[in-house]
Design a protein around this ligand. Structure first.
Ligand code: COA
Length: 373
């Protein structure tokens, strides 16, 4: 069978960072103003006052200290509390295309691949800025790439699902070199007025070059030993925004048109799903946790990652074995596990094995087992 390798990765990090203290200050200012606006109803016992958020809670519950966003000012304005992004004209690059190009530059350079040699572009992410034309087709044109391109959305699992799709296209002979891009603008779907989740997400974009092993000259190659995907329907993470909103006469600004989750339930249900996925995947390759040097896990919650890594390895993971990037990036949806891979792969020696694993809404989870060549 055709050997497929990952030869390059790239990362675009937005320039604005928001630490927990600034986020909490803005949130609490909004809470105070909202409680003042509803003072009478609160005094009459008709309404519960809103509670403050706290940096201590955020760090303790999630491990997140800070996040990068495309626009901090709009988010930190208690009168607005959502990013302010400029609408692009049709003759300008779209925002996700721009993020994708920034990440792709690094990935192509590391892989030693010219953009024109790419013949498959997959943009996989949780939120696409428009239904069509596909952002991936726009990127294909901007890169001068050949072949074909398409967008796909499997929420936080989009990157691993896209890697499997790219690897299969290469094995089938339909493509030679693929670029997988994950432009995540999570700050645009996050409800910054929801105390339970206002701290969860950040923005970022990753890019991955996947190609046929016999075509590459790249030094650092990660051979894809296998991929495994799983899905199980759940409403515990849901976003009801969609093109039917205007014909169902629902309020497009209602909170259910943003990210909504039952965090505790997600934690309980997703951890076993993911640890079994990885363990079964390894077993199908005649491997076990003992064979792994690294777990590049989806970056949503520090405790989730510790638990999953513990179950897969059968012991306490070291920070080196299960690197954490969510402390600085927060949850960047599909980009998270790829950021961990991008920043923590170079030190692996030849023959070392690792797993890239993402998980999230759907539920969905994907595992990609790689060997450093
Ligand atoms: N500041 C202070 N206190 C807060 C708070 C905040 N921002 N948000 C919630 N709390 C309070 C709650 O009101 C609750 O108080 P109570 O015990 O008096 O009722 C308490 O803190 C615990 O809340 P809970 O929601 O149970 O916290 P948690 O420990 O489950 O942590 C998450 C919340 C979201 C960090 C965690 O559940 C999580 O990460 N889950 C997985 C999410 C995930 O991976 N999603 C995938 C997205 S792709």
């Amino acid at each position: 069978m055709t050997e497929v390798v990952i030869t390059g990765t790239g990362l675009y990090t937005p320039e604005h960072a928001i630490d927990n203290a600034s986020l909490v200050t803005a949130f609490n200012a909004w809470v105070d103003a909202e409680n003042a606006r509803n003072a009478e109803a609160i005094a009459a016992g008709e309404r519960e006052p809103l509670a403050h958020s706290s940096s201590e809670f955020i760090v303790k519950a999630s491990g997140i200290h800070s996040r990068y966003v495309l626009d901090a000012e709009g988010i930190l304005d208690p009168e607005r509390m959502r990013p302010r992004l400029r609408e692009r004209r049709n003759d300008e690059p779209s925002i996700q295309c721009e993020m994708g190009l920034a990440a792709a530059g690094d990935a192509l350079q590391t892989a030693g691949v010219a953009a024109g040699d790419i013949d498959l572009v997959i943009v996989g992410c949780s939120n696409l800025e428009r239904p069509y034309p596909a952002v991936a087709v726009e990127m294909q044109s901007a890169l001068g790439a050949g072949g074909y391109a398409f967008d796909m959305n499997v929420a936080c699992s989009s990157a691993t699902f896209a890697i499997e799709t790219a690897a299969n296209a290469i094995r089938a002979g339909n493509a030679r070199r693929a670029l997988v891009v994950n432009p995540e603008i999570c700050s645009a779907h996050l409800n910054f007025r929801d105390r339970d989740s206002h701290f969860i997400f950040g923005d970022a974009c990753t890019a991955i070059v996947v190609e046929r092993d016999d075509l590459t000259t790249a030094e650092a190659r990660f051979g894809i030993l296998g991929t495994r995907l799983t899905t199980r329907f759940s409403n515990a993470i849901r976003n009801n925004a969609g093109f039917l909103n205007r014909v169902t006469d629902s309020d497009p600004l209602a909170v259910d048109k943003l990210f909504v989750q039952e965090g505790r339930r997600v934690f309980k249900e997703v951890c076993p799903l993911v640890s079994s996925l990885i363990t079964d995947h390894l077993a199908s390759l005649s491997l076990s946790g003992d064979d792994l040097s690294r777990l590049w896990l989806h970056q949503a919650n520090r405790h989730m990652n510790d638990l999953i890594a513990r179950r897969v390895l059968g012991r306490e993971p070291t920070v080196r074995e299960a690197p954490v990037i969510l402390d600085r990036y927060a949850n960047t949806s599909s980009a998270g596990s790829i950021i961990a891979f991008h920043l923590h792969r170079d030190d692996l020696t030849s023959g070392a094995l690792g797993v890239v694993c993402s998980f999230g809404a759907g539920y969905s989870a994907g595992s990609v087992v790689v060997r450093r060549q």
